[in-house]
Design a protein around this ligand. Sequence first.
Ligand SMILES: Nc1ncnc2c1ncn2[C@@H]1O[C@H](COP(=O)(O)OP(=O)(O)OP(=O)(O)O)[C@@H](O)[C@H]1O
Ligand SMILES: [Mg+2]
Length: 356
Amino acid sequence: MAARTVIELDSVRKTYGDGTVAVNELSLAVREHEVLALVGPSGCGKSTTLRMVNRLVEPTSGRILLNGEDVTTADPVALRRRIGYVIQNVGLFPHRTVEANISTVPALLGWDRRRTRARVVELLDLVGLPAATYAKRYPHELSGGERQRIGVARALATDPPVLLMDEPFGAVDPEFRRHLQTEFQRIQRETGTTVILVTHDIDEAARLGDRIAVLSRGGKLEQVASPLAVLAHPASERVRDFTGEGAASRMLALACVDRADLESADRIVQPAPAPVRLGARLTDAFEAVAALPGSAMGRVPVVEESGDVVGSLTADGILGALRRAADAAGTGQGAPAVQDAVDGVPEDEPGRQPAV
Ligand SMILES: Nc1ncnc2c1ncn2[C@@H]1O[C@H](COP(=O)(O)OP(=O)(O)OP(=O)(O)O)[C@@H](O)[C@H]1O
Ligand SMILES: [Mg+2]
């Protein structure tokens, strides 16, 4: 599948004034409609990379292309209208209300007041901060996590075709972060926005990223691959250090129950336990097997969409599925359920729609 490249970094280097090499010969292509999760330890050049894409920082050498056009020759203001940016540590305008902050880009684009207002209400709702309470507040009247949510709302205001997000959910509590991640994923799938998402959180990267790019200190690209491939086949010790322990359990969330992992339905002990769906995440299948009563002999029925039982699954079957997923991620060959995760972006993306 040859997805179009939207952002291309070509041997980009950034050396700051004091000689710090923040980014070193970084070459990276971000494909249309994908979420590329950019991860790596603190100080490895993630924010610098994002800031170079929208020209808040100029590269020392190399080229950055947006839709084939060199950003260093583009008008920075026009560029930033096309690129949504969620700044690490928020960066709201302190003397503007929440509503005015979110309306920044709609105003630049000349939206009328009604449309802007409706969008603000919609976005505030989305990030769980009702307009009636929050629209007229100033940033200093918000908690850190609330400010961050306003930052996300502001970046989404006009459904920009390209979105750069620097730790957008970092200051939000785990439960609400999960909710925001889900909402973000829904919007991203709907609008087909191309996203670079910086995060420290490997689980967030694996969950939201179609691919993960791992940087190490000094801004060196260690690996860029599907979440499954990064977890199953870390390209270097530094990647392994970053992905840390628990790669196998993380992979459970990325791979699905496939027919190839099933055994005969005849072996299900009656009364049959609650079934697992074909295509369910292995995490769910594992939980179902772990929760079985002793009488079920470690075997759950597996049903297809119609509800018909198509086989049975055991812990061994789940392990087999995990190995299959790992092999498929390494070779790029695999069962369809895994292949989606390997290839990342679905083919049937809708056209981009302007915000209403
Ligand atoms: N204006 C600057 N002048 C000098 N050095 C800088 C400047 N900005 C960043 N750096 C250095 O460049 C390196 C990369 O910084 P950057 O902010 O890109 O890291 P990061 O990966 O985003 O880190 P974090 O995860 O902590 O946000 C760091 O060593 C940092 O100290
Ligand atoms: Mg940073």
